[in-house]
Design a binder for this molecule. Structure first.
Ligand SMILES: Cc1cc2nc3c(=O)[nH]c(=O)nc-3n(C[C@H](O)[C@H](O)[C@H](O)COP(=O)(O)OP(=O)(O)OC[C@H]3O[C@@H](n4cnc5c(N)ncnc54)[C@H](O)[C@@H]3O)c2cc1C
Ligand SMILES: Cc1ncc(C[n+]2csc(CCOP(=O)(O)OP(=O)(O)O)c2C)c(N)n1
Length: 583
């Protein structure tokens, strides 16, 4: 089907044809023709954010929680530059989003026109791909290609820069033809490599699954297949921050998160395993620690859809390029056809060893009756909300790590956090995006007060669209994660890591027309959390917590897995040097 229409109308039509129901955006001169078209239709909801960074993070939250691509629309110049942090965030975390930017008219490009910025130049390194469209006839096909690129293979952010004259001009609308794209990533893994991996699993005595965000990217069917394979083999499984929920936290083979602030048992299993099966993770430095000491005696397999991810950081013995879902399906078929063999005796011994590491109870902390410990706040939040239709976003810092440690995720797409870029200010707008995608769900942003203030303007968005997002702020009046590093690694010189002028969060909530709750006494915490959950509207919960609590376990940068600091467990003297357990 081809039809004549203006470029602006084409954009809106192409979004509809892509099944888009929500766009997060902020208008300006260079996108007014598109806003005019949005005004004249009812199929796509436009959410007016308060800052373009918020639009992109909201699109990320929407995308991660729904499995559909997120869409943001911003103007030229400052609109586009404000979107850069969100684009980079989505690139590092492999989140599929399509960002549309207005541009000055084609005949003015390069003339230092009002609100002109070289958007494709600026965003080239922080997008998976970007386009400047100079012909209205190319517009619809470019939008369709953009959705294909954003969502295929390793997902990521794409950007289309659209000059204003291209929006006004008339051209021919082209419908989507996905098969026409040159970009067709490999989905099926090499069956010989997969067979080699299955054979290695049969022989392994201390195997471990190391899973990551790629399982979530692949879709819910992949998480289901992963569960089947783990149950069928009985192999213990850990996950990165980005993969939480792929395997249920209540599952019997679950080791908890690994890495810098991961659980002792997960990191020790990675260190001591003889077969590491990486499914959709990228050997990030928060995981590997010191590279020459990383899991020294294991055979390593790596399943990843992005060939450039393989052997980038760690050389592997069994590389498999393909989509997690497809590869797991082939693994399961082979596993069943070969008679489902594992070395049961060795694996039982391996589990016994892991149980010893687990007995260290690395998440223990000193409780308090007078002050709310952040860990306690999250334990109570978990207890009072688990089983609910719950989605959690976070900001960045200690609270983020405690949330990963103390909240349990049973399903994929329920946990949205900024892992790769570590963007303070991500969580609140992301929660707005999640709530737009799941209007009836309980959406909680676990925040630190410093991160939260970075995009607090989105309170206006939450109130305007009646989004009942809960902002659960663990307020330590410190840049907690920075303060912790200064305490442990910089001789307790607390250089600029606290704020002397925090707002009254209850009054702030009220100023926006939302509800504010403050809690400082552990005895009041349950009631206050219940009040937050039950309130039908946006809430800022100011949870005043212990100011100098440290987040453990912790592998200091550049150290090996078996050199982790355990905090409480260590001071109780249960760990020997080298990681052996004394209990
Ligand atoms: C303060 C702070 C502390 C942190 N501490 C930790 C920590 O202790 N532990 C931790 O785990 N992380 C931690 N992180 C996060 C860390 O920085 C990385 O973001 C994270 O470890 C990367 O996760 P991942 O390996 O799963 O990769 P992702 O970034 O999720 O990448 C996914 C990988 O899967 C591949 N992939 C994508 N789609 C598919 C598909 N369909 N099929 C196959 N492959 C696919 C991609 O190519 C990529 O290689 C921390 C972050 C912050 C901000
Ligand atoms: C945009 C941005 N600036 C700076 C940092 C560095 N940084 C990481 S954690 C952190 C402190 C976060 O403080 P807060 O949000 O209060 O959380 P807490 O660690 O206290 O839980 C800082 C400054 C960052 N990650 N992102």
């Amino acid at each position: 089907m081809s039809r004549e229409m203006t470029g602006a109308k084409m954009i809106v039509q192409a979004l509809k044809d892509q099944g888009v129901d929500t766009v997060f955006g902020y208008p300006g001169g260079a996108v007014l023709p598109i806003y005019d078209e949005i005004f004249q239709q009812n199929d796509i909801r436009h959410v007016l954010v308060r800052h373009e960074q918020g639009a992109v993070h909201a699109a990320e939250g929407y995308a991660r929680s729904t499995g559909k691509p997120g869409v943001a629309l911003v103007t030229s110049g400052p609109g586009a530059t404000n979107a850069v942090t969100g684009l980079t965030d989505a690139l590092l975390d492999s989140i599929p989003i399509v960002v549309l930017t207005g541009q000055v008219p084609t005949f003015m490009i390069g003339s230092d026109a009002f609100q002109e910025a070289d958007t494709v130049g600026i965003t080239r390194p922080c997008t998976k791909h970007n386009w400047l469209v100079k012909e209205t006839d190319q517009l619809a096909a470019t939008v369709h290609e953009a959705f294909h690129v954003a969502t295929s293979g390793r997902p990521g952010p794409v950007l289309i820069d659209i000059p204003k004259d291209v929006q006004f001009a008339t051209g021919t609308y082209q419908t989507a033809k996905p098969s026409a794209s040159h970009y067709q990533p490999q989905l099926k893994g090499d069956i010989e490599e997969i067979t080699e991996l299955v054979a290695a699993i049969e022989k392994a005595e201390r195997p471990v699954f190391y899973t990551g965000g790629g399982v979530i990217n692949s879709g819910p069917a992949a998480a289901q297949l992963l569960r089947e394979l783990v149950d069928a083999t009985g192999i213990p499984i850990t996950s990165t921050l980005m993969g939480l929920g792929s395997y249920p936290a209540s599952g019997k083979n679950w080791l908890g998160m690994l890495g810098m602030h991961g659980l002792y048992e997960a990191n020790m299993a990675m260190h001591g395993c003889d077969l590491m099966i990486n499914i959709g993770a990228r050997f990030d430095d928060r995981i590997t620690g010191r590279l020459d000491a990383f899991s020294p005696n294991s055979i390593k397999a790596h399943v990843d859809i992005d060939p450039s991810s393989i052997n980038k950081v760690i050389r592997v013995d069994i590389p498999i390029v393909g989509d997690v879902g497809h590869v797991l399906e082939d693994m399961l078929t082979l596993w069943k056809s070969r008679g489902r063999k594992v070395n049961r005796e060795a694996i039982a011994k391996w589990h016994a060893q892991i149980d010893e590491w687990r007995a260290v109870n690395c998440l223990s902390y000193t409780p308090s009756e007078t002050v709310i410990k952040p860990q306690y706040a999250l334990q109570r939040l978990e207890e009072l909300t688990k089983g609910m239709d719950r989605y959690v976003t976070t900001e960045v810092g200690q609270h983020q790590m405690w949330a990963a440690q103390y909240l349990g995720f049973e399903d994929p797409n329920r946990w949205m956090t900024s892992g790769g870029l570590g963007t303070m200010g991500y969580g609140f707008p992301a929660s707005v995006g999640v709530q737009m995608g799941h209007p009836d769900a309980l959406v909680i942003n676990v925040a630190g007060e410093a991160s939260w203030l970075m995009n607090m303007q989105e309170m206006g968005t939450a109130v305007q669209y009646r989004l009942p997002v809960k902002q659960f702020i663990l307020n330590n009046e410190r840049l907690g994660m920075v303060r912790q590093w200064q305490e442990l690694l910089h001789g307790e010189r607390y250089s600029h890591s606290w704020s002397e002028a925090l707002p009254d969060f209850v009054k702030l909530a009220e100023a926006f027309g939302a509800k504010g709750i403050i809690c400082s006494d552990p005895k009041d915490l349950d009631d206050a959390i219940m009040e937050m959950i039950k309130y039908d509207g946006p809430v800022i919960f100011d949870c005043l917590v212990e100011k100098h609590e440290n987040c453990f376990p912790m592998i200091p940068s550049g150290k090996a897995h078996n050199e982790m600091l355990l905090g409480e467990a260590e001071t109780q003297g249960v760990i020997q040097e080298g990681g052996a357990v004394l209990v």
